[in-house]
Design a binder for this molecule. Sequence first.
Ligand SMILES: [Zn+2]
Length: 69
Amino acid sequence: MFIVFRCSCGRHLYALKDAKTRTCPCGKRTLLSRVKVLAQAENADAAGEIVRTLQLEGHGMTGFRPAGL
Ligand SMILES: [Zn+2]
């Protein structure tokens, strides 16, 4: 199982649920036990797809939202 979360820099990332930390491209290492999990996925492909969708929306504090502007 993979989890999807957001780094404090605003990037969305995914990581194996069993992992302890995930290092963002911004250089910040995030403790997975402290993150707010935005979504879960069965595999890396699905997790990557969720991340892409969240990135496109630019926010994602509460998960999926229509771009209502
Ligand atoms: Zn980051």
